[in-house]
Design a protein around this ligand. Structure first.
Ligand code: IPE
Ligand code: IPE
Ligand code: MG
Length: 259
């Protein structure tokens, strides 16, 4: 058996069975528009097919060893799309939560919507609040839906919240460190993502989980989101598990020869 060293801890910091910490997969669900375009369909039909892909993928995730999933549904920049498309995306979030919340609740899934609440219509907010309160005591799986979410907005909001706490005399600037700052992000309490998957072949982060992605492995898959399912997630996880996460240290294999 290998000796216990500080560096060995590094190798087990990866989420998953060995670490005792749930494996967190975050997905930038991209390519709905192109999927529809290839079929000469309106973009909204691509988004509807995308919801089915989300249902399939969430359904298969736990069996693949995933404990936390964060999916990017609507970015703070997506407001710049045509109003009809924006309104379709709002409606789809509402419909998804309404149709699936009973089953998700029964299966022990805790649902959390991360992102800015301002700007969302009252009916959408009501469904979000109901979904969160119905599942708040669950702990078998955490599903975070990033909606009206932007990484920069979330960091700015966290900074403002901390500054307000200082103004109220409830916090001291000198006490601010990474752990305290994280508590003000909308992902507070969830582990950082181990792997961020982006579909559709695009290779960029598009303002997703900017703080949280610090040591995430990035996996880009050349499949349009509406075609996605558990088999693609399994392939992404195989790729993730082949990576050597070093966290600024040295490779586990090199520890013995490091001197
Ligand atoms: C992802 O698909 C869904 C959202 C961003 C809401 P897109 O709508 O971005 O699809 P493409 O990138 O145009 O193909
Ligand atoms: C990122 O995709 C946002 C979501 C998947 C919800 P976009 O399609 O909006 O990103 P860009 O514009 O290609 O960078
Ligand atoms: Mg896109």
């Amino acid at each position: 058996m290998a000796p216990t060293t500080g560096l060995q801890d590094v190798s087990t910091r990866a989420g998953g069975a060995k670490s005792g910490r749930p494996l967190h997969v975050a997905i930038i669900m991209d390519g709905n528009g192109r999927w529809a375009k290839r079929r000469n369909l309106p973009r909204v039909l691509g988004h509807r097919a995308g919801v089915n892909a989300l249902k399939r993928t969430v359904e298969g995730a736990a069996a693949l060893g995933v404990g936390v999933m964060t999916v990017f549904g609507f970015s703070t920049e997506n407001w710049s799309r045509p109003p009809q498309e924006v309104s379709e995306l709002m409606g789809l979030l509402k419909a998804y939560l309404e149709s699936d919340i009973d089953r998700l609740a029964r299966e022990g899934v805790k649902v959390r919507i991360i992102g800015r609440r301002t700007g969302l219509a009252a009916d959408v907010l009501a469904v979000i609040e109901r979904a969160e309160s119905r599942t708040s005591h669950n702990d078998a799986f955490l599903l975070q839906v990033a909606f009206n979410y932007g990484g920069r907005a979330d960091i700015a909001d966290a900074a403002r919240a901390f500054a307000e706490a200082v103004e109220r005399g409830e916090a001291r600037a000198a006490d601010l460190d990474e752990a305290l700052f994280e508590r003000h992000l909308s992902t507070a309490g969830a582990p950082a993502p181990d792997v961020i998957v982006r579909t559709s072949g695009e290779q960029r982060i598009s303002n997703f989980l900017l703080w949280e992605c610090a040591y995430a492995e990035l996996v880009y898959q050349d499949v349009l989101w509406p075609d996605y399912g558990p088999e693609h997630l399994a392939a992404a996880l195989t790729e993730y598990r082949s990576r050597d996460r070093r966290y600024g240290g040295i490779a586990v294999d090199d520890v013995a020869v490091a001197g």
